[in-house]
Design a binder for this molecule. Structure first.
Ligand code: ZN
Length: 412
């Protein structure tokens, strides 16, 4: 599937430090050590509704990682999926009487436009669930050879007992896993399963649902196996980072990891599991079921500068949970205005330390709030020292503009 257009990103004349990230599985900050290109998989959208601020926060968060790696001198292979066939999409299609294919295409296109507006770098491989079906089938066959697959009626399930490492991504106990599993698309109470936590690999065709041919009859892939198959296909195992929102830690990332570790034993699925926080609005986590959503596209239509939206997102550490308010957007608009005013002066306070400190903040678990504070200090000093030739750096504005663009994705 086509991704979106890449913005022009300036190449910095200096190399940033090695990038460290907080790994959910170990609970610790650890340096990333890519062998060859840095390999990143971030779970994509299920395209049944527009991109809300929670999604935008996640994708901007991982965009900082892509930029930090590039600025540290790595090539990056970034893969993202689109769950373009799944229960929520089919339910929405039924409800509104539009074909699921049309909804998926329309919302995926809107997502591309939102990402472009927010200056998010596109993945090298943007892959739909539907186009991944041949690899899903191949992977399920491998899991079956390993004795990890069984039937419940005509559906196929993955036996989590086949992976001795099951549970190590989330570190959750079984009672917690069981409770969350039911809330996030799992079916712990289905009769005939060997373990309530076993997850669906292949759902046999149901009347009125789309289905594809497979060695086990017509049907469609389960959710987790789609990402496992796409990641193994495009990145191989032991890739650097599996990323997504923190609501994907369990079951999604746990299941992906276990499936991959049974299919390719002796290798972890990913070397680090990295998760973005949740964004609330009106006191609760932004979610489709609650309807408390702020859409990127809606703000764009109201002529809000996408760079101001991006600044709001960057003002919160990617791992923190926070609440969107309209005041934050107004404040970001004023910040953007003052930054643009400062770089319009041409000369300014010395820019060398700004570059060094911004790159250092982002290499330290993508600490964008600290990076913003560094830029703000420079802006304040520059606007305050206008005309003081002895403290001014004649090339400062160009250098600051370049690092703010390359590292933070904000165009001034
Ligand atoms: Zn995924």
């Amino acid at each position: 599937m086509r991704a979106w257009s890449a913005p022009d990103v300036p190449t910095l004349p200096v190399t940033g430090p090695r990038v460290s990230l907080h790994d959910t599985a170990t609970g610790r900050l650890a340096p990333t050590e890519p062998h060859g290109p840095a390999r990143l998989y971030v779970c994509g959208i299920t395209p049944y509704d527009a991109t809300h601020m929670g999604h935008a926060a996640t994708y901007v968060g991982f965009d900082l990682l892509v930029r930090a790696w590039r600025n540290a001198g790595h090539e990056v292979t970034y893969v993202q999926n689109v769950t373009d066939v799944d229960d929520p999409l089919l339910e929405r299609a039924d409800k509104v009487g539009v074909s699921w294919v049309d909804i998926a295409e329309r919302e995926t296109q809107l997502f591309r436009e939102d990402m472009e507006a927010l200056h998010v770098l596109p993945p090298a491989h943007y892959v739909g669930a539907v186009e991944s079906i041949p690899w899903v089938i191949e992977l399920v066959e491998r899991l079956a050879e390993a004795g990890a697959v069984y039937r419940v009626d005509d559906d196929l399930y993955f036996s989590v007992a086949a992976d001795p490492g099951f549970g190590t991504v989330s570190g959750a106990d079984r009672a917690t896993m069981r409770a969350i599993f039911g809330e996030r698309g799992g079916d712990p109470d289905r009769a005939g399963k060997r373990d309530p936590l076993d997850c669906l690999l292949w759902r046999a065709e149901r009347p009125g649902e789309p289905a594809w041919e497979s060695p086990w009859g017509r049907g469609r892939p389960g959710w987790h196996i789609e990402c496992t198959a796409i990641a193994l296909r495009h990145l191989g195992s032991a890739f650097d980072v599996q990323g997504g929102g923190s609501d994907l830690v369990f079951p999604h990332h746990e299941m992906c990891a276990s499936e991959a570790q049974v299919a390719v034993p002796a290798h972890p699925f990913a070397r680090a599991y990295v998760h973005a926080g949740m964004v609330a609005y009106d006191g609760e986590k932004m979610s489709k079921s609650r309807g408390n959503l702020v859409f990127v596209s809606q703000l764009r239509r109201s002529d809000v500068d996408p760079m101001a939206i991006r600044l709001v997102l960057l003002a919160h550490h990617y791992r923190s949970d926070w609440e969107w308010t309209d005041d934050l957007l107004w404040a970001a608009g004023r910040t953007l205005e003052s930054w643009r005013k400062a770089v319009a002066l041409g000369a300014g306070a010395p820019a060398g330390p700004v570059v060094e400190r911004v790159l250092a903040a982002l290499a330290d678990d993508l600490d964008a709030p600290t990076a913003l504070a560094v830029v703000q200090d420079w802006v304040d000093a520059t606007l305050g020292t206008t005309g003081l030739a002895d403290t001014s750096d004649p090339d400062a504005a160009r250098v600051v503009r370049q690092v703010v663009d390359a590292a933070l994705g904000v165009v001034l």
